[in-house]
Write a protein that binds this ligand. Structure first.
Ligand SMILES: *[C@@H]1O[C@H](CO)[C@@H](O)[C@H](O)[C@H]1NC(C)=O
Ligand SMILES: *[C@@H]1O[C@H](CO)[C@@H](O)[C@H](O)[C@H]1NC(C)=O
Ligand SMILES: *[C@@H]1O[C@H](CO)[C@@H](O)[C@H](O)[C@H]1NC(C)=O
Ligand SMILES: *[C@@H]1O[C@H](CO)[C@@H](O)[C@H](O)[C@H]1NC(C)=O
Ligand SMILES: *[C@@H]1O[C@H](CO)[C@@H](O)[C@H](O)[C@H]1NC(C)=O
Length: 332
């Protein structure tokens, strides 16, 4: 019962947002900010937020509701019955743990979506709904609802990513927190969406191998940098060897920002990236085995870079001092 109410409540909010002419919608659990946003909306701001705590009012007669939102709706009850397509282009549900059916119900009314943020509670089935309902989607972000809970059984996998890549050919930005991935799937994905600019794959368990072969996922990122020539931002995760970095150095000609954590096997990895990637501006490295040689191999490259961030790597204070002396402008 409660589940249905949730999708319905959000839909009401979306209809209201549509009615006041908003196309960007953030659904929040928090009270104050929502009321503030409603007032802002009234003042002409193009952001609109729906108060989830009012969910139970939705099943009540609308005119009984206390909240400003529903007061407005009371005057426009027809909105609830209408099933017309909404104009919303950005829907941010990253604060709302929706199940797949709820998401599917919502998306049926949102064929114009360009950007969608959701929690991984929607599961692969929820992402199938995205693939079949959002032909214009350009950006998808899937966040973990419980990132630190290893026992959680829901979440999204490679299968959700594939559904989206088939249904959303305009997709070019993905942030994807998942529990497992395979090379083959990422290759399919990269082939289906060659215009990718941002690929941020976060396999939550550090060093997680390919789910099918139990080997590294080097070829996954290899296929991304080979197929997606416009790639500007890349986040790496999973079990990776230096081979991934060789691919990146060789093929990622437009890469501007690279973030890595818990990956790589030697200094060679970082050296490959620093020797290739002509447009690299930012490099963020955490918990990798890279040492002084890797760090200092980039002295020339750093001339054209804006920031270098290394944490829990194998570099010494002396190397950092040397770098700071050589490159006073680099923020590191
Ligand atoms: C949320 O809003 C309701 C109605 O405006 C109010 O009674 C309640 O105290 C608010 N809750 C919080 C946590 O602010
Ligand atoms: C819109 O929101 C921004 C940020 O909250 C605020 O600075 C601005 O004054 C608002 N504009 C209107 C017309 O309310
Ligand atoms: C999306 O929603 C989350 C949670 O409410 C919020 O922190 C974030 O700033 C929102 N992002 C955008 C671009 O609206
Ligand atoms: C990729 O971008 C090019 C040029 O903007 C466009 O012609 C092509 O249709 C796009 N491909 C896909 C699959 O959207
Ligand atoms: C860290 O660097 C030192 C030399 O700088 C090297 O002897 C050691 O093996 C490195 N450790 C790791 C884990 O790479």
């Amino acid at each position: 019962m409660r589940k249905c109410a949730e999708a319905k409540a959000i839909l009401v909010g979306l209809q209201l947002a549509d009615w006041v002419g908003c196309t960007d919608v953030v659904v929040e659990n928090d009270n104050e900010s929502v009321i503030h946003a409603i007032k802002e909306g009234e003042a002409g701001n193009h952001s609109f937020q729906l108060l989830l705590e009012d969910i139970h009012f939705v099943q009540e007669p609308i005119y009984g509701a206390e909240c400003f939102t529903y007061g407005l709706l009371a005057r426009h009850r027809c909105l609830l019955e209408s099933s017309s397509q909404l104009r919303v282009t950005f829907l941010n549900l990253s604060d709302v743990p929706l199940q797949c059916d709820d998401l599917a119900q919502l998306l049926g009314n949102c064929l114009n979506l360009r950007r969608l943020w959701v929690l991984d509670t929607v599961g692969d089935k929820g992402l199938e709904a995205v693939g079949s309902s959002c032909p214009l989607l350009e950006e998808l972000r899937v966040f973990p609802a419980n990132p630190f809970d290893a026992d959680v059984v829901y979440g999204v996998t490679e299968s959700g990513l594939v559904s989206v890549s088939y249904g959303c050919p305009k997709l070019h930005y993905v942030l994807y927190f998942c529990r497992q991935m395979t090379d083959a799937v990422v290759a399919t994905f990269a082939k289906n969406c060659p215009n990718f600019t941002h690929f941020r794959l976060c396999i939550m368990n550090p060093g997680e191998p390919d789910d099918l072969t139990d080997e590294s996922v080097d070829e996954a990122f290899g296929s991304v940098v080979k197929s997606c020539k416009k790639l500007r931002r890349l986040v790496l995760s999973g079990l990776l060897t230096d081979l991934t970095f060789e691919y990146i150095g060789k093929y990622a000609k437009n890469l501007e920002t690279l973030s890595v954590a818990f990956v790589g096997s030697s200094d060679l990895a970082m050296q490959c990236v620093l020797a290739g990637c002509p447009k690299l501006r930012r490099l963020e490295i955490r918990d990798c085995p890279f040492g002084n040689n890797a760090l200092l191999s980039g002295l020339e490259k750093y001339e054209s870079m804006r920031s270098l961030w290394m944490s829990t790597c194998n570099v010494t204070m002396n190397a950092c001092r040397l770098l700071a002396k050589e490159m006073p402008r680099l923020r590191s």
